[in-house]
Design a protein around this ligand. Structure first.
Ligand SMILES: Nc1ncnc2c1ncn2[C@@H]1O[C@H](COP(=O)(O)OP(=O)(O)O)[C@@H](O)[C@H]1O
Ligand SMILES: [Mg+2]
Length: 357
């Protein structure tokens, strides 16, 4: 089980004398195989070795992309550690070589959604919500907006434009995708949805959100859920709007995860069986993020609605593609599943658009 790769990683870390029984495989995502290294008198570590193949493709060694990826994680943990909740690894480093790529970080314990009951699920969400609110309140020292990019010296957002322009583009985008959905052959309650989306965007334009360091990968695989503690690992940070990403969390746990449980990539997680607990996590998140502020709750629900609109549009786009990539098929399922999920998105959108003021 301890192969050459691990031995090389331990050598690079100068801990090659560690006993084999103190190393155990603890997990595997799409990109990394993860080992726990138990140490005496010091905190345990998690060694994340980059896989050579992902989604059926050999991964080329692209140094600047790897630096972008791991520097992004590092900076996310830096700001997370300033929040004082101990939700993220306090130690993180990485090693790059064409023959071996790995990260080394604090081991954050074990625990999955299966081990929680409904109440514990709510508390886990509440802790996450409180933490994200704190994260979003920080002002990251990174220029720009959007996807992060390593410029050779530091990270920056890939979009460098005036705030006002970015904000208006973001709002216009939702109107344009709604128009595209309307002009498709799809059947849905156009009137109801248009009225609600128009009203959300009108209010949104006048309430600019703050650019924050947000996390786009908050699936349960990246949250260690335990009755005693919660930890957030493997973030995918970008610079984007704060409430939009609070809404993204709620969208994921209320809708996206159960809706994707038939896709090959997510099938083994059986998220649809845990839909009630996922929904509790979302409710807890709203409480933790907003502390019952009704305006903020409304804004988050509006952002959730916009994410469902975007999801419907993305499904439509994939259905219109002639050749769907292997990665997309793994993540979204075959065309039949995508078609059915599109119908589900539209139904969800209709129900979220019911509460017209
Ligand atoms: N720092 C850590 N502490 C504890 N467990 C971890 C840590 N990092 C990863 N793991 C475990 O390994 C699994 C896969 O790790 P992850 O970093 O999410 O891989 P990937 O990048 O492929 O998604 C996680 O779901 C978790 O169970
Ligand atoms: Mg992961």
């Amino acid at each position: 089980m301890i192969d050459e790769t691990i031995i090389n990683a331990l050598k690079k870390l100068k801990i090659e004398n560690i006993k084999k029984e103190h190393i155990s495989k603890i997990g595997e995502g799409s990109w990394h195989t993860v080992y726990r290294i138990e140490r005496q008198g010091e905190e345990d570590l998690a060694l994340r070795v980059k896989k050579k193949t992902a989604y059926g493709h050999l991964q080329e060694y692209q140094e600047s992309e790897l630096i972008t990826e791991y520097e992004s994680t590092k900076i996310y943990y830096h700001y997370a550690n300033a929040c004082n909740d101990n939700l993220c690894p306090s130690y993180f480093d990485y090693y790059l070589d064409p023959s071996l790529v790995f990260t080394i970080e604090s081991f954050m314990g074990k625990g999955t959604i299966q081990s929680l009951n409904q109440t514990e699920a709510f508390f886990t969400g509440e802790k996450a919500g409180y933490f994200f609110q704190e994260m979003h309140n920080q002002t990251p020292d990174i220029k720009g907006f959007g996807k992060l990019k390593w410029n050779g010296e530091k990270l920056e957002g890939s979009i460098q434009e005036e705030f006002e322009r970015i904000w208006q583009d973001d709002n216009n985008f939702y109107i344009s995708i709604l128009d595209k959905l309307i002009s498709s052959h799809l059947k849905f309650d156009v009137e109801r949805i248009t009225a609600k989306i128009d009203s959300i965007i009108e209010k949104r334009r006048n309430n600019p959100q703050k650019i924050a360091l947000v996390n786009q990968d908050i699936t349960p695989e990246n949250i260690i859920m335990n009755t005693d503690y919660t930890a957030i690992i493997d973030p995918l940070p970008r610079l984007d709007f704060d409430v939009k990403y609070a809404g993204y969390f709620v969208f994921c746990y209320k809708f996206l995860l159960p809706a994707y449980s038939n896709a090959p990539r997510y099938r083994h997680n059986s998220y649809s069986q845990h839909a009630a607990k996922l929904s509790e996590i979302a409710d807890g998140f709203i409480k933790g993020y907003t502390n019952h502020d009704v305006n903020q709750i409304e804004q988050i629900m509006n952002e959730y609605t916009l994410w469902v609109l975007l999801e419907a549009y993305e499904h439509l786009e994939v259905l219109n593609e002639e050749n769907v990539s292997y990665q997309t098929l793994q993540q979204m399922g075959n065309k039949e599943m995508i078609k059915n999920r599109l119908i589900l998105c539209l139904k969800q959108l209709e129900s979220l658009c019911l509460d017209l003021e």
